[in-house]
Design a protein around this ligand. Structure first.
Ligand code: GDP
Length: 195
């Protein structure tokens, strides 16, 4: 897909700050440090669009990026950073629930997990939340350059098993370092929001 334009449109905490034009939305979520900012920058071919996290767990807003004046890319706040206070975790939950519980514009949520590791319990909770609210889920396995291609399938089955993915739910490997998997992720994004 050709990115003709991408602009950050808003950073929201409250519903009143969400876009109101009814355009389709595709959201990205994952634990802190999973490579979410790098993935956003890679997909949009921008160097420093989404801030890569110097202080993990600090971004507590929902960022809406308008792509090709056609749909929104929604960067959801990361979770699972061990050192944050409980009050911060609660805030994260409130911000997320507010967005997820009633968002007809939202076509699918792309859940980012590290290709190398079994998903954490927080990842499992996030996946269950996505399903609970009734959204399509696509898994992006980040940092794919860290293992050899021959090992992908083994790692996919570990991820699939821990999250208990449904058969038709996809796992797509991506590497922001090597810029691989970008087209595959775009194809899936387009499929999800045009469906
Ligand atoms: P975020 O907290 O989820 O936004 O994660 P970042 O995008 O800030 O990335 C966290 C760390 O992982 C940084 O040190 C990145 O350089 C590294 N990283 C992100 N993507 C990749 C990747 O595809 N390959 C490798 N090898 N490292 C990556």
């Amino acid at each position: 897909m050709k990115i003709r334009s991408s602009e950050i449109t808003m950073s929201a905490i409250n519903r009143s700050q969400y876009p109101t034009d009814g355009m389709p939305e595709i959201a990205l979520v994952g634990r802190s440090n999973v490579g979410k900012s790098s993935t956003v920058n890679t997909l949009l071919n921008r160097r420093n669009f989404a801030r890569t996290s110097q202080t993990p767990g600090k971004t507590r807003t929902i960022n809406f990026y308008l792509i090709n004046k056609e749909f929104f890319f929604v960067d959801l706040p990361g979770y699972g950073y061990a050192k944050i206070a409980k009050s911060e975790k609660d805030k994260w939950g409130v911000i997320m629930e507010r967005y997820l519980q009633d968002r007809p514009e939202l076509c699918a949520i792309f859940l980012l997990v590290d290709i190398r590791h079994e998903p954490t319990n927080d990842d499992v909770m996030m996946y269950e939340w996505i399903k609970h609210f009734g959204y399509n889920c696509v898994v992006i396995a980040t940092k794919a350059d860290k293992i050899s291609r021959g090992q992908y399938q083994k790692h996919f089955s570990i991820i699939r098993k821990k999250l208990q993915l449904e058969k038709d739910e996809k796992i797509i490997p991506i590497s922001s370092l090597k810029k691989t998997g970008v087209e595959e992720v775009w194809d899936e994004i387009i499929r999800q929001y045009r469906e």
